[in-house]
Design a binder for this molecule. Structure first.
Ligand code: AMP
Length: 184
C-alpha cells in the first residue's frame, strides 16, 4: 500500500532512498549502480524530487541536464519553475556547431557538449544530474557552461556517493545540493 506523501525536501530524500534500486556489478564488476528510474516512474516522487532539487535556488533562467538521466530531472524542474532546458550531451551526439569540454575517466577520456548561443549570455543556469560520484562530469559541465557565457547558480543531484570527493571538487566553484548520500 502506498503511503501518504508529506511535503518538503525531507520527504523527497526519503523517497529517493526508498525507491532507488541498487544493482551490484553494473556496468562492470565492483560498481554499485544506483538506478533512480523508479523515482522517475512514480508521479508523486518525481514531482517531489524536482521541487526539492531546485528548492535552495530562488532564481535561475534554465536548467542544464546532464545526459541522460539528468534530462528527465531538468525537464521536470523546468516545467515546475517556468524556465527552459539545456541538454548537456555526451560527445558526438550533437550536430553542427558545438562547444566541447573533455575530462578524465579512470581509463581514458570523455567529453560533454552543448550547442552554443541557445540562451542569452549571462543566463543563470542550475545544473542537474542523478548521481554525483567523482564530480568529473559535473565539473566539466560547469566549465562548459561558463565557456558558453552562462552563470551556474548551483549543482543538484538526487544522490552523492560517499568517499569520492565529488562535492569537494565542485564546492569551491558553486553551491552543491543533493537529496541524500550512498556508499560508493
Ligand atoms: P562522476 O563524473 O564520477 O561524478 O560520475 C557521475 C556520472 O556517472 C553521472 O552522470 C551518473 O549518472 C553516473 N554514475 C557514476 N557512478 C554511478 C553509480 N554508482 N550509479 C549510477 N550512476 C553513476
Amino acid at each position: 500500500m502506498s503511503q501518504p506523501l508529506p511535503d518538503g525536501p525531507a520527504s523527497a530524500s526519503a523517497l529517493v532512498q526508498r525507491l532507488t534500486a541498487v544493482v551490484p556489478d553494473f556496468p562492470k564488476p565492483g560498481i554499485m549502480f544506483r538506478d533512480v528510474t523508479p523515482v522517475f516512474a512514480d508521479a508523486e516522487a518525481f514531482s517531489a524530487v524536482c521541487a526539492a532539487l531546485a528548492e535552495p535556488f530562488p532564481e535561475f533562467d534554465a536548467v542544464a541536464g546532464i545526459e541522460a538521466r539528468g534530462f528527465a530531472l531538468a525537464g521536470g524542474i523546468a516545467a515546475q519553475r517556468g524556465v527552459g532546458v539545456l541538454t548537456v550531451r555526451k560527445a558526438g551526439k550533437l550536430p553542427g556547431d558545438v562547444l566541447s569540454e573533455a575530462y578524465a575517466l579512470e581509463y581514458g577520456e570523455a567529453a560533454v557538449e552543448i550547442r552554443p548561443g541557445q540562451m542569452p549570455a549571462g543566463s543563470r543556469v542550475l545544473i542537474v544530474d542523478d548521481v554525483l560520484a567523482t564530480g568529473g562530469t559535473s565539473e566539466a559541465t560547469l566549465t562548459l557552461l561558463e565557456r558558453a557565457g552562462y552563470t551556474a547558480v548551483g549543482f543538484s543531484a538526487l544522490l552523492e556517493l560517499d568517499g569520492l570527493e565529488g562535492r569537494a571538487r565542485l564546492e569551491p566553484r558553486l553551491t552543491v545540493h543533493t537529496l541524500g548520500s550512498a556508499p560508493a
